[in-house]
Design a protein around this ligand. Structure first.
Ligand code: CTP
Ligand code: MG
Length: 232
């Protein structure tokens, strides 16, 4: 099984509020996108190194990303939404010889290589769409209409049935391309959501706390802690 990866890094990071786009923000002097790419490139999905890595960058930073990531990584300008960025990266994959595609957010920069390997192993085992997910620690309630001063609770959702979903998500190339083509005009919050919309099954494997998304300054502080622990 030959695996390629798409790393989305074209966002601005508005909630992080840094002067640089989020993917270029340094953690222990290494940009977020480099942390993410290093871990993906260390993975041996199905026992092999990645056959290709395509990274999406903000249009004005494509050259800077290419310089940071080196000649083996393809950098393309992202779209105006994450979904459009993934579609642009899909179009830049090598035309032949790729069976499985991982889609990963650079913002989940410390997702370990073994998580990518676990996801691809599940695709190899016959699940055409695979996401990593973690049990939810909080009690989750469904609420009714309301405002900033509060809302009525309608129900408590059974937590045992919930998973907080992460990336990398893995797909057969054929299914991911089909899902993106079908969903181009209807945004979903993740790639697996586009597969669900086709009425096709998605499989969840255990996620990893280290794959938490860097969204806010607090998340960046946690990432710094992780990088310090790992020594990189
Ligand atoms: N992303 C992308 N293209 C976009 C928007 C987002 O490639 N047009 C990427 C981001 O770079 C990030 C991932 O999708 O790695 C998840 O998005 P998010 O965490 O929301 O990042 P940003 O959109 O950059 O942050 P914010 O929403 O706070 O502006
Ligand atoms: Mg965003």
């Amino acid at each position: 099984v030959s695996t390629a990866a798409i790393l989305t890094a074209a966002g601005s990071g508005s909630r992080l509020g840094h002067a640089l786009p989020k993917a270029l923000v340094p953690v222990l002097a290494v940009p977020v996108v480099v942390h993410a790419a290093r871990r993906l490139l260390a993975a041996r999905p199905a026992g092999l190194p990645l056959a290709a890595l395509v990274v999406t960058a903000p249009a004005e930073h494509v050259a800077a990303f290419a310089e940071l990531l080196g000649p083996d990584v393809v950098v393309v300008p992202g779209g105006s939404t994450r979904q459009e960025s993934v579609a642009a990266a899909l179009a830049a994959l090598p035309p032949d010889g790729i069976d499985v595609v991982l889609v990963h957010d650079a913002a989940r920069a410390f997702a370990p290589a073994e998580l990518a390997e676990r996801v691809v192993a599940a695709v190899e085992a016959g699940h055409d769409a695979v996401v990593p997910g973690l049990p939810v620690a909080d009690t989750i309630k469904r609420v009714g209409p309301g405002g900033d001063d509060g809302r009525p609770v309608n129900a408590t959702v059974d937590r045992a049935e919930l998973r907080a979903v992460q990336t990398p998500q893995g797909f057969t190339r054929e299914l991911l391309e089909r899902a993106h083509a079908a969903g181009a005009d209807a945004p979903a919050t993740d790639d697996a959501g586009l597969v669900e919309r086709l009425g096709l099954p998605v499989w969840v494997v255990p996620g990893d706390e280290r794959a938490a998304k860097i969204t806010t300054p607090r998340d960046l502080a946690i990432a710094q802690l992780l990088a310090t622990e790992e020594g990189s």
